[in-house]
Design a protein around this ligand. Structure first.
Ligand SMILES: C[S@@+](CC[C@H](N)C(=O)[O-])C[C@H]1O[C@@H](n2cnc3c(N)ncnc32)[C@H](O)[C@@H]1O
Length: 298
């Protein structure tokens, strides 16, 4: 039985437990060497998930959130504006991830991997901060996904500069891959802690660092109406890989609607999640069972 945290979860389903807390505080209360892998999609603007900005999002007034127009009859989900972060906000962002790395490190077992969704505009800062916190960079997983972000002509000068695109149309999403330093060799770490590598896809196929992925489909969005919902087809592949021998506990410190926990339940792993916002906590308690049992293809 994996070592698990002592507090009462706000919600549990199967092998998944979800806690209502600030994850940086929650992590400080966890026993050393109790988490075997992390798969997470953290808040990036840092301000976009504050109560004030969430109230604006829920009232449909935007704020930090950009509410794009309808497209092909369906309203696109709102996106935070990463391009408007000031220098001070970028410093805050780096500090936040350094603190997160420092809070994660003792709770992780040696050899535990961390997979963290990022975006190309800020991934260098996050990577630097996690490295500073003493986690080893192990590469990046590229999620090949075409979105409607980027690719626009200069604002208010479309006709003047018809051949110009300001930023590339986004066709991929980086997932940073880090590992807590090993205790000995990979083999001895695997024997002692059950971590150190990633689970193979099959006997013939190692886990690879490029995953083709569709944007989250309407069927999943109707189950879990979270602006940053990640698709189960992707999450199940990432979560399965994080425990190389299929044993231990997977953590998502920014659980949102619970897509990591649902994926863990689907692949048969123990998982814990932490979510600060009570509305998303309530959403996750409904969506985890539905997402975990959903049939998906990609
Ligand atoms: C990018 S979203 C993750 C959404 C997730 N990918 C999903 O599929 O539902 C980040 C989440 O972290 C939560 N959050 C922000 N700061 C937090 C903190 N300090 N502790 C715990 N949760 C936090 C936000 O409320 C938000 O739901």
């Amino acid at each position: 039985m994996p070592q698990t945290p002592h507090e009462e979860p706000a919600f549990s389903y199967g092998r998944a437990r979800l806690f209502h807390a600030d994850s940086l505080e929650w992590l400080k209360r966890q026993p050393e060497n109790s988490i075997h892998g992390v798969v997470t999609d953290p808040p990036y603007g840092l301000v976009e998930y504050t109560p004030v900005e969430l109230a604006k999002l829920r009232a449909g007034r935007g704020g930090t959130w950009r509410i794009p127009p309808s497209f092909d009859g369906s309203t696109r989900s709102p996106l935070p504006r990463f391009t408007t972060l000031s220098d001070a906000e970028l410093d805050d962002l780096e500090r936040f991830f350094r603190n997160l790395g420092a809070a994660l490190r003792p709770a992780l077992v040696p050899g535990a991997h961390v997979m963290m969704a990022a975006n190309p505009l800020v991934s260098h800062l996050v990577s630097y901060a996690l490295d500073e916190a003493g986690l080893e960079r192990r590469g990046e997983i590229v999620r090949l996904v075409t979105t409607l972000r980027g690719g626009d002509r200069p604002k208010n000068a479309h006709e003047e500069f018809p051949d110009v695109t300001v930023m590339p149309r986004s066709m991929w999403e980086p997932w940073l891959l880090f590992r807590k330093p090993l205790d000995g060799t990979v083999a001895s770490n695997l024997r002692k802690w059950g971590t150190g590598g990633l689970r193979r896809v099959s006997d013939k196929a190692p886990f690879g660092d490029v995953i083709r992925s569709s944007p989250t489909r309407p069927a999943e969005r109707s189950i879990a109406n979270h602006p940053s919902l990640k698709p189960q087809a992707l999450m199940r592949q990432l979560v399965r890989a994080i425990l190389p021998v299929g044993e231990g506990v997977v953590l998502d410190p920014f659980a949102g609607s619970g897509s990591t926990l649902a994926a863990a339940e689907h692949v048969g792993y123990h998982s814990v999640g932490v979510e600060l916002d009570p509305t998303y906590l309530a959403l996750a308690s409904k969506s985890i069972p539905a997402l975990a049992t959903l049939n998906v293809r990609d």
